[in-house]
Design a protein around this ligand. Structure first.
Ligand code: SF4
Ligand code: SF4
Length: 158
């Protein structure tokens, strides 16, 4: 896949370096998503330590071939628990967010990587850099939740 489902045209040059997250337009905010797909993987959290580990078991709406949500605009009809990230709820979600996620990077004062589509000009660089989960997941309807721990993975690209 080479088409970018996120419209990154017409944005101010390198706006993410000059504009705080809570001052960005909706289009600028949406364009920060690199399409890695890692936030669509199910995680396991240790009750005692709070440690979060990643599994390759993907949300039922995740399309492993495109590495995108198959029903993004109406996803809450099917997955009401899917979190809509915003500047207001970033803080409380940081603990589970992927280390390379642009929202987390910028929120913690780090720069975007050169493979980010806003810098490279193409979403393919995310896959080429080995950061995404394209072609690497199993759908959650194929794996019983009790067996998720058999599918633990390290975060790709870290
Ligand atoms: S982890 Fe962040 S950058 Fe990757 S798909 Fe999710 S929101 Fe987008
Ligand atoms: S509903 Fe869509 S965006 Fe939300 S976790 Fe599932 S695949 Fe990802």
């Amino acid at each position: 896949m080479t088409d970018d489902p996120i419209d990154r045209t017409g944005l101010r040059p390198r706006y993410w370096e000059t504009t705080p997250l809570n001052r960005m337009t909706r289009a600028e905010w949406e364009a920060l998503c690199d399409g890695c797909g890692k936030c669509c993987l199910n995680k396991l959290e240790d009750d005692e330590t709070g440690e979060v580990v990643l599994t390759r078991v993907a949300c039922r709406l995740f399309d492993d071939t495109t590495c995108r949500c198959a029903q993004y605009d109406i996803r809450h009809q099917f997955v009401p628990e899917c979190i809509t990230l915003s500047p207001k709820n970033l803080d409380k979600n940081l603990y589970w967010m992927p280390e390379t996620c642009a929202y987390k990077l910028l929120h913690t004062g780090k720069p975007l990587y050169d493979w980010h589509p806003l810098i490279s000009g193409t979403p393919e660089t995310v896959h080429d850099a080995g950061v995404s989960v394209r072609d690497a997941t199993v759908p959650e309807f194929e794996v019983d939740e009790d067996d998720w721990e058999d599918h633990l993975i390290e975060e790709p690209g870290t």
